[in-house]
Design a protein around this ligand. Structure first.
Ligand SMILES: *[C@@H]1O[C@H](CO)[C@@H](O)[C@H](O)[C@H]1NC(C)=O
Ligand SMILES: *[C@@H]1O[C@H](CO)[C@@H](O)[C@H](O)[C@H]1NC(C)=O
Ligand SMILES: *[C@@H]1O[C@H](CO)[C@@H](O)[C@H](O)[C@H]1NC(C)=O
Ligand SMILES: *[C@@H]1O[C@H](CO)[C@@H](O)[C@H](O)[C@H]1NC(C)=O
Ligand SMILES: *[C@@H]1O[C@H](CO)[C@@H](O)[C@H](O)[C@H]1NC(C)=O
Ligand SMILES: *[C@@H]1O[C@H](CO)[C@@H](O)[C@H](O)[C@H]1NC(C)=O
Ligand SMILES: *[C@@H]1O[C@H](CO)[C@@H](O)[C@H](O)[C@H]1NC(C)=O
Length: 765
């Protein structure tokens, strides 16, 4: 065992131990400092790119000593952990005043509290046009090299014994790999294999904030939650012959890049993931030599500034080292709720596939209705059905009881009956928990009325199905008008070919980008509704589970990115991202504009970005919109970052150009003009990655009330790798307000290099 490596990963654990000892010693001696210590919190002090000349720990202690009135002991006690490999900084316990003092110290870019981020809780590959067999090749290309692609999953860990993570047929681990397999509770160094090639865990940020950390299950990379195993297997799970959820969705299944390598960075515990731990994971993953980082988690909207957010910081350094970072957009659903907004991330929205899980609800009047469900139980043929509002109990009003809140139901009335309950998609109550409330009150079945998330299937504990308000009102009306209303709920079954598909899921967070409106977010959409994948047997004793969330959409894109990286190892993260975006489609399988749940309205790029990803086309994008680390720096200049902090972040000599470019000039694969007054021009550069000699013609669909002209209209390439510029001119023709949408595509034969156009017209007065 390499001692040096051992000490680097335990550095955070050791310092927290020391901090605890020092604090106990200090308390009786200095009362004033205990008073201030009681109001102190954990902060991250971020100091930009690693400057190898410093002796880091010594320097960090010096800084801490200054804010602790010269006490070296207090300084050491307050230090939580350090980041030194891929960027510089540390975490420490500070009062608000001390944190403020820190921000003024030389070398400090930002100081921010240890915020908690949330997890954004396979047939899907068939649906996207990739064969679900063991071979999994894209016609015309060999993706065999995917065993050289290493994907980092920053998540809840992994269940390495799952058949999805078998290393069957995998060649030896790439020699460039510098990560490790960190042993811990129920996890040995030998738990890794040629599939799961590395595994680490981080809990200093979590332990510093939560008392429950001491009783946490699996202080090791082992997954106690299921989320991490699920996301890793969607992106890179091996082929499993008979994967199913209690018999539903049965069939062979595998991840997008089944031969890619998995490196696990467990930073998320049951309550969420802390910034301090996320940064430590990025710091290691970049150093370990991963190619792609997949993050199915994010901050709550509104997201903080780019350099006060652990994911933005970590992914910025990753992008600068040639690592693509794929993230989920969030599950908040509403307009403007999108997170993971940095342009160096590819941010993924969630949509449906054409597979659905439904139960029939047969009413006593002979009518049949279909609801969404994963429950394999069924009620007796004709069971009494009642509205929960009729069974209100104690102090609860009929309205409150209609939502089947805990102890709101009168079991005398419920017993032996099917109960109709309401649910609002935005509520935090769990639908699964509602089936438990009904079950405990003696109910034998549940019809849950939820317009918002009526397409999210839930593994209910009793016979149950989810319906929208239209069907819900019909069932309630039947109950109202019938002396002895009865119903039967059948077991859930798998339905393939449901239409329309794909649809954007109602919970998927939407644009515009609240931080930088000139950058469209989300970037693309991928399957994230009712996805079957590997699970942690620690929860519910199941090997596989069906989950919904942008968390599940993100690893679909991760898997596709791994295939691109396998075929084109030299492509930059932005070229890979461009290939995924410009080949995506805004049309569903009926060739109509993709719609959005629950209302079925026509979608816009704020719902799906450049569209639904198409893995069969990503390997032949024709042209790519490439950007270099320097371009991100220009972008940061353009949105007002000062040169001093930029210098610390990048540690290079370049300065912000006096002729400030605009954020919309970043060479992004989508084009957004967030304030069009009269006219405005945007330039882009495309790089030829297709045939050496090729001619592309422009195809424009202008947003309503805006004239779009492109110059030149024809691009003639003579060689591979050649770059060409073009300008897109926008001119208001019919003044309007609000956002309008269009499309720009470079066309060569059947090939389309498509970019969404997003314009907000503002009155010029
Ligand atoms: C770890 O190793 C020990 C000793 O060889 C063994 O008893 C245990 O089952 C192993 N645990 C796992 C999770 O592999
Ligand atoms: C309703 O479903 C039952 C079986 O589930 C079937 O026998 C009956 O014909 C159906 N009725 C209608 C009106 O579709
Ligand atoms: C179904 O009917 C049988 C026989 O009438 C009865 O014993 C059983 O309890 C019923 N089950 C439920 C869930 O109501
Ligand atoms: C429940 O309903 C029964 C029968 O209608 C009634 O007698 C009882 O008082 C109710 N209990 C509560 C707690 O509301
Ligand atoms: C059922 O009847 C009650 C009162 O009789 C009424 O308030 C309610 O709106 C009715 N619900 C439906 C769905 O018809
Ligand atoms: C700024 O723009 C002007 C005019 O376009 C040009 O002459 C000048 O060289 C530019 N300055 C820099 C520093 O690029
Ligand atoms: C494209 O534009 C960039 C920046 O304006 C410029 O540096 C570059 O030379 C241009 N490339 C071509 C092929 O015209």
């Amino acid at each position: 065992m390499d001692l040096l490596r051992l000490s680097t990963y335990t550095r955070c654990l050791f310092s927290i131990l020391i901090a605890a000892i020092f604090l106990t010693l200090q308390i009786p001696i200095t009362h004033s400092s205990t008073a201030s210590a009681s109001t102190s919190k954990i902060y991250v002090v971020y100091m930009g790119t690693t400057n190898i000349k410093h002796s880091h720990l010594h320097h960090f202690y010096q800084m801490l000593t200054l804010v602790h009135g010269g006490s070296i002991q207090l300084a050491q006690a307050s230090h939580v952990c350090s980041y030194t490999h891929s960027f510089t900084g540390f975490a420490a316990k500070l009062t608000q005043d001390q944190a403020l003092e820190m921000t003024k110290m030389p070398g400090v870019v930002s100081v921010f509290p240890n915020a908690k981020t949330k997890l954004h809780t396979t047939h899907s590959w068939d649906f996207m046009g990739l064969a679900t067999d063991e071979q999994m090749e894209i016609p015309g290309y060999s993706t065999k090299n995917q065993h050289n692609v290493i994907i980092a999953f920053i998540d809840t860990g992994i269940w390495p014994e799952s058949p999805s993570f078998s290393d069957h047929n995998m060649p030896p681990v790439p020699s460039r790999w510098r990560g490790q397999c960190q042993a811990g509770e129920a996890f040995n160094a030998s738990s890794c294999n040629r599939k799961v090639i590395g595994a680490r865990y981080y809990l200093s940020g979590f332990e510093a904030e939560e008392k429950s950390a001491s009783t946490v299950k699996f202080r090791s990379p082992r997954d106690a939650n299921g989320h991490g195993s699920h996301t890793a297997s969607i992106a890179a799970g091996q082929y499993v012959m008979n994967m199913n959820f209690k018999g539903l969705a049965a069939g062979g299944a595998r991840g997008g890049a089944p031969m890619a390598r998995i490196a696990v960075y467990k930073t998320c515990w049951d309550s969420g993931c802390y910034d301090v731990d996320l940064l430590a994971a990025f710091d290691d993953a970049i150093k370990d030599g991963v190619d792609i980082i997949s993050l199915s988690l994010g901050p709550d909207a509104p997201q903080g500034d780019y350099f006060n957010d652990a994911i933005s910081i970590g992914s910025f350094h990753a992008a600068n080292r040639g690592i693509l970072v794929v993230s989920s957009v969030g599950n908040e659903g509403s307009q403007g709720s999108a997170t993971n907004l940095a342009p160096w991330l590819i941010t993924v929205a969630a949509s449906s596939t054409d597979r659905d899980f439904t139960s029939n609800i047969n009413l006593g009047d002979g009518t049949n209705h279909t609801g969404e469900s994963l429950s394999l139980l069924e009620t007796n043929a004709s069971t009494r059905i009642i509205a929960a509002s009729e069974a209100y109990s104690g102090y609860f009003t009929p309205y409150q009881s209609s939502y089947c809140l805990e102890s709101s139901l009168n079991s005398t009335k419920i017993s032996g009956n099917i109960v109709v309950c309401r649910h609002t998609g935005s509520s935090s109550e769990s639908k699964l928990a509602k089936s438990l409330v009904v079950k405990e009150a003696g109910g034998v079945g549940l019809v849950l009325v939820d317009e918002e998330d009526k397409d999210v299937a839930i593994p209910f504990l009793i016979p149950a199905a989810i319906v929208g308000t239209r069907i819900g009102e019909r069932i309630l009306s039947y109950i109202n008008h019938t002396r002895i209303p009865t119903a039967h709920i059948s077991t859930a079954k798998t339905v393939i070919g449901s239409q329309p598909a794909p649809r954007v899921a109602s919970f998927s967070s939407k644009g515009p980008n609240a931080l930088t409106p000139a950058i469209l977010k989300p970037d693309v959409t991928a399957p994230g509704l009712n996805i079957l994948a590997a699970w942690s047997p620690a929860i519910g004793n199941m090997d596989f589970n069906i989950l919904s969330g942008t968390s599940m959409a993100c690893p679909h894109v991760t898997g596709i990115a791994a295939l691109i990286k396998a075929v084109y190892p030299s492509w930059s993260p932005s070229a890979i991202k461009s290939a995924i975006m410009t080949t995506a489609t805004m049309l569903d399988k009926r060739w109509k504009r993709i719609t959005v749940d629950p209302t079925g309205r026509r979608g816009t790029p704020f719902d799906y970005g450049a569209g639904f990803v198409n893995p069969t086309r990503v390997l032949n994008p024709g042209l790519v919109y490439d950007s270099q680390p320097l371009d991100y720096k220009k972008f940061l200049c353009s949105i007002g970052y000062n040169e001093k902090s930029l210098h610390l972040i990048t540690r290079d000599k370049s300065t912000c150009n006096q002729n400030m470019s605009a954020a919309s000039d970043l060479n992004y694969p989508s084009i957004t003009v967030s304030e069009l007054r009269d006219s405005y021009s945007v330039t882009r550069t495309v790089t030829n990655v297709g045939q050496a000699t090729s001619t592309y013609r422009v195809l424009v669909s202008s947003p309503a009330g805006v004239k779009v002209s492109v110059s030149p209209r024809i691009l003639i390439f003579k060689e591979y790798g050649q770059k060409m510029n073009f300008t897109v001119n926008f001119k208001v023709t019919v003044p309007s307000r609000g956002y309008v949408f269009g499309l720009l595509a470079w066309k060569k034969g059947k090939l389309r290099v498509s970019s969404p156009l997003v314009v907000r017209v503002v009155s010029s007065s």
